[in-house]
Design a protein around this ligand. Sequence first.
Ligand code: ARG
Length: 581
Amino acid sequence: MTSTETNPVTQTLIDTLQDKVLAAFEAVGYEAKFGGVRVSDRPDIADFQCNGLMGVAKSRKMNPMEAGGAVLEALELDGLFEAEVVKPGFLNFRATDAALVGLVAASVADARSLAGKVDARKIMVDYGGPNLAKEMHVGHLRSAIVGHGLINMLKFAGHDVVSDVHLGDWGLQLGQLITQIEEMRPDLLDGGDGDELTMENLQEWYPIASGRSKEDDDFRDRARNATQALQAGDARYLALWERIVAVSKASLRRDYGRLGCEFTYFYGESRYQDMLGPIVSKLEDSGEAELSEGAIVVHLKEGKKLPPLMLRNSKGGYGYGATDLATIVDRVETDDPEFILYVVDARQKMHFQQVFLAAKQTGLNGRAVLEHTAFGTVNGTDGKPFKTREGGVMRLHDLMEEMHAAARMRLDEMDKIDASLREETAEQIAIAAIKFGELSHDRESNYIFDMDQFLQFEGKTGPYIQYTCVRIASLMDNAKAAGLEAGAFDQVSDNARALVLVMDEFPAKLERSVETRKPSNMALHVYNLANATNSFYQSNRVLAEGIDPAVAASHLGLLAAAKAQLELGLGLLGIEVPAKM
Ligand code: ARG
């Protein structure tokens, strides 16, 4: 296509065809609901299909083939598609070469690969959710990666997104830790050597404290009292707590930074402490909360089978439920979101059902729709919840270090890139392996964290997709050195057709990721795209002996377009592409 011609393709081929089919249905008076077009499940026969003729025929008591004939008659395909009606009553479509060429040109000209923008909605994403003192473990990995990928896609789609880490920085676990420190290192409570308050120490002390709480009644009582004293504002406890918070936050920020996760707010549960009393009193006054066996609860009208949401226990302590209600109140007051998405473990399902119902029936949620964006468990290769070789929980930091070391070893073995690039590249590969390992799975199912498999350069892995991009980049360099330049794609082969049709799906996959809150839709698209790109690459050698420069230009043009979309998709998944691999 020369620059004086205008491209007849301005949106994806499937959307273009959909418009045409609906126009034809309207012209012959068939109901639009039967006019849906989709990608064909028989690519050997058709690129797209419409299966609604049976529906039309049934509702009008006519022959589906006849209905198809009428639609064919009315269709204005503008040279972009070929259509046929096949028995017993399907409409099959093929994109013409002109359509495929036009799609690539349109996609190259648009940095968004033809993904339009939706009307912006204000969305709060609550993700991460680690607990202080304890370092993040692999279970928090899902929330971080799924949440971050989701935020990227929501933003790219056009939404107005804010996020909050919602740290567990205020419960009994802090009282336990403080009690342990008070007994073991009272000097630290009296302004003693702050250097001793390291993440390593906290991690060592916390399990001791939590273990003792389970066995030792006296310790448990003291921990409860310490928690209450802290929450009531005891100055010595508060000072220690602040130091614990500072150390823990620094460590968390480091881990999140490495994963590329960003947060609008790095708030913790402690932020809501002063709101709890007033909110509960107000609900009590209005009759929405009531006294039940000494506790204050909200009975759930719509959730008759659910236990009531506990706001305050009989000892006067406020729990997770009250904190989550207060958090909603705060978010409604500050950002007034239309949606709040909680990217949290599926095991908290009942808690969120209770909180959401209570918020709705008390009106505390404002205009916000509350959604639990739940995820399953990460298992080890033994099928049981992921552990270290020694059997303990694997901390996120250690996990990233191990993955990095393994990636580094691979690069050293392959010995293809400069030693000075290896550290940075190993990190990019390690993070891609972890993220794609997560994102290639539906968040609702459990998956097996298999470090060796995630790091492979072949198969459904992050490094495979990175490698596809790197390979094209290096082909471009070599072609240039051989005097070949990329041009507009205009040589349509079978492999090219298959590749272009995958590219055509990008906007739909983005939309699906956003609607289902499942970045896995985009991850699988990127994987399909990498496969189609590699097939094309292998059967259309650019550096072949005696290649026509015009053919080489078209091949290079298509590969550049595919690479741009691969990188766009990877970017949305939070995965970088190394310069070399
Ligand atoms: N800290 C919690 C946990 O580790 C997750 C917090 C999730 N967010 C919320 N608003 N409750 O289980």
